[in-house]
Write a protein that binds this ligand. Structure first.
Ligand SMILES: [Fe+2]
Ligand SMILES: [Fe+2]
Length: 167
């Protein structure tokens, strides 16, 4: 179903579509993160990605919870945007030989993923509130906070030495 598919008639349909999109994205991230953890060399980066992998499992569960709260079927809609971000991450990682440069590349890719999620969850929270679903918004906001904090930690790692080591 494309974004402007005729199946989306109301704001409610749009909200559910976006939930399905993010649900797909989180599942893709769940399968992409272990490869990034594997390739990362910096111990803090490895550990940070690992803890975000654990959080990502919770993100999937929270989305399932919101589908249920909203009385919508738990299903995915293919999200070409996240596939593109992950594909590019794999391409770049495959091209980098120097381990320290690879760490810098992994951080950049991971931040692209986080920024995507922050954008999607920000929209979902706003739409949930607009639809009078403050309860759904509260659940989605928990994930939004974790995405923002993952992004902040990645920035600290980059500025705290990974970029310098790579340069
Ligand atoms: Fe997430
Ligand atoms: Fe994330």
């Amino acid at each position: 179903m494309g974004l402007f598919s005729k199946d989306i008639k109301t704001m409610d349909d749009l909200f559910v579509h976006q939930l399905q999109d993010v649900y797909y994205a989180e599942k893709q991230i769940l399968s992409a993160l272990p490869k990034m953890i594997d390739k990362a060399t910096n111990p803090s980066l490895k550990q940070g990605l690992q803890s975000h992998l654990n959080e990502t499992e919770t993100h999937v569960q929270r989305l399932e919870q919101v589908f249920e709260m909203h009385g919508a079927e738990i299903k995915t809609t293919k999200c070409p945007a996240i596939n593109g971000i992950i594909e590019e991450a794999n391409d770049v990682a495959g091209d980098v030989e120097d381990k320290q440069v690879l760490d810098a590349a992994i951080i950049a890719s991971a931040q692209a993923v986080e920024h995507y999620e922050i954008s999607r969850y920000g929209t979902l929270v706003a739409w949930a509130k607009q639809l009078g679903r403050a309860d759904c918004a509260a659940v989605l906001e928990q994930t939004l906070r974790e995405e923002k904090s993952a992004d902040t930690k990645l920035t600290s790692l980059a500025l705290g030495g990974v970029n310098r080591a790579a340069a």
